[in-house]
Design a protein around this ligand. Sequence first.
Ligand SMILES: Cc1cc2nc3c(=O)[nH]c(=O)nc-3n(C[C@H](O)[C@H](O)[C@H](O)COP(=O)(O)O)c2cc1C
Length: 210
Amino acid sequence: MDILEAIDNRKTIRKFDNYKPTTDEVKRIINSARVAPSAMNTQNWKFIAVLNDEVKEKMADCVLSAYDRIVADLEDEIKDRVERFKGHSVFFKHAPLVIVCIEEKAPSFMNGVLELAGFSDREISLMRPDSFLLSMGGAIENMLLCAYSMGFGSCWMVAPVLGEGGMREVLDIKDNQKIVSILSIGKPAQDYTDKRSPKKPLDEIIKIIE
Ligand SMILES: Cc1cc2nc3c(=O)[nH]c(=O)nc-3n(C[C@H](O)[C@H](O)[C@H](O)COP(=O)(O)O)c2cc1C
């Protein structure tokens, strides 16, 4: 498939049929993350492919427990609003393939230099965007486009990371590792009709300086 076609037509899919990706297909998708650009080519990432339903269920339970803890002492009105988020957080357990995207934290040399040079935390945060997280974004988008070009649908998810505390144990995440996203991937369900979310017109987001 043409790359531009994939970029233009990919859309989030949240409902899948039962097709289980083969190991080769899983590896093909994650290989597209492997070759993504990363700050100073650090490749500070790991990816866990979960095809096992029991493990997915345990992960979803971690997310639900986190929600219980979050809303325990909150007012009913806020609870109701949080409740609506839940639906967009745990459907990943029905996805045939779940890819847990893990960032491996490493100290940034230049951030340390700026601290030594007396720059404030705010200045440092403005001068030094989070390169490792940005690299994760590139790797993840590669996987979404790769999956799309292979006929899979996907949903990039951050909401389930609320359950990261419990998921650390379930997935054996190390101390220097941080779950940054979870991808739900599978063949789109036949009856999935959601349109692509509306996008802002180009004029609204672009400024060309000639
Ligand atoms: C960083 C990020 C986090 C997201 N987290 C969630 C999520 O937790 N749950 C969900 O259902 N969708 C999530 N999405 C999907 C967005 O809702 C979706 O990309 C957006 O509505 C645009 O739709 P499109 O992907 O079809 O263009 C996330 C997307 C991104 C990029």
